[in-house]
Design a protein around this ligand. Structure first.
Ligand SMILES: Cc1cn([C@H]2C[C@H](O)[C@@H](COP(=O)(O)OP(=O)(O)OP(=O)(O)O)O2)c(=O)[nH]c1=O
Length: 220
C-alpha cells in the first residue's frame, strides 16, 4: 500500500496491522477555509493529500491502494488546534485542553487503481472518525515541562497520547489509534468495501490480516 503521509505514527500503526508500505508524503497547503467545519476540513485535506501523491506517481498511477489522512484536535467551541507553530502556541493549546473534553478527528482518503487499466480514473472513498478525549486539569508547570520535552511540537493539539502526553488523559471515548493519526480498524473495513465495490477482490482483507502468523509476508 502507498502511504501519502510523512507521519511515522501512521506508518507504525499500518505496519503493526500487517501492511507493507511505500511512503510517499504529499505537500499541500493545510489552511482552514473561513467557516469550514472541523470534519469537512480533515476530509478535504486527506483528499487533497491523496490526489497530490496520486498525481506525483505519473501517467501510470499506482498499482496498489493509496491512503492519506489528516488529524486535528478541536474544542467544544469549534476552535481547531493543528500542529503548534512554536512553544508558546503549544503552551496556549494545552492550557485550552486542561480539564475539559475535546475531540480528535481524522479524515482518511483511500484511492484504488481502476480495474484492468491504469489509464481509467481511480476509484476513491473518504470518511472521518472522531474520538473524544478528556484531560485532567493541568498546572502551568506541568504544561511547560511537557512542552520543553519537545514531544508536542509535531502533533495536532500539542500532545501525543501514545507518549508522555498520555499522562494528561483522564478518559477517552472512541478509537485510540484514531487519536494517534489513523483509525486502523475502520480503515481496513472501508478498504475492504472499496475493493469489493471496484470488483476483482478475491479475498476478504480483514480475514487475510487476522490470519497472518508472525513472519508471514505483509498483506497489501
Ligand atoms: C492528538 C495527536 C496527534 N498526533 C499526530 C498525528 C499526526 O501525525 C499529527 C497531525 O498532523 P497531520 O497534518 O495530520 O499529519 P502529519 O503532518 O504528521 O503528516 P502528513 O501531513 O504528511 O500526513 O499529529 C499524535 O501523534 N498523537 C496524538 O495524540
Amino acid at each position: 500500500m502507498i502511504l501519502a503521509s510523512a507521519s511515522p505514527r501512521r506508518r507504525q500503526l499500518l505496519e503493526r496491522a500487517g501492511f507493507s508500505l511505500e511512503v510517499r508524503p504529499a505537500d499541500i497547503d493545510e489552511t482552514r477555509r473561513v467557516g469550514e467545519a472541523p470534519v469537512d476540513l480533515v476530509r478535504r485535506l486527506a483528499t487533497e493529500k491523496a490526489h497530490a501523491t496520486w498525481s506525483s506517481l505519473g501517467d501510470c498511477g499506482a498499482s496498489e491502494p493509496l491512503v492519506a489522512a489528516d488529524t486535528i484536535v478541536w474544542t467544544a467551541s469549534g476552535e481547531v488546534l493543528g500542529k503548534p507553530s512554536d512553544e508558546d502556541a503549544a503552551v496556549r493549546m494545552l492550557r485550552e485542553l486542561s480539564g475539559v473534553v475535546h475531540h480528535v478527528t481524522t479524515g482518511v482518503c483511500l484511492m484504488l487503481p481502476a480495474p484492468g487499466t491504469a489509464v481509467e480514473a481511480p476509484v476513491e472513498s473518504s470518511f472521518t472518525e472522531t474520538t473524544s478525549v478528556r484531560f485532567y486539569p493541568l498546572t502551568d508547570e506541568e504544561i511547560r515541562a511537557y512542552v520543553a520535552s519537545g514531544e508536542p511540537m509535531d502533533k495536532a493539539g500539542a500532545y501525543g497520547i501514545q507518549g508522555t502526553g498520555g499522562l494528561f488523559v483522564a478518559g477517552i471515548e472512541g478509537d485510540w489509534s484514531n487519536v494517534v493519526g489513523l483509525p486502523v480498524a475502520r480503515l481496513v473495513r472501508e478498504l475492504d468495501a472499496l475493493l469489493r465495490s471496484r470488483g476483482g477482490a478475491e479475498k476478504d482483507l480483514l480475514f487475510e490480516l487476522l490470519s497472518r502468523k508472525p513472519g508471514d509476508p505483509s498483506a497489501l
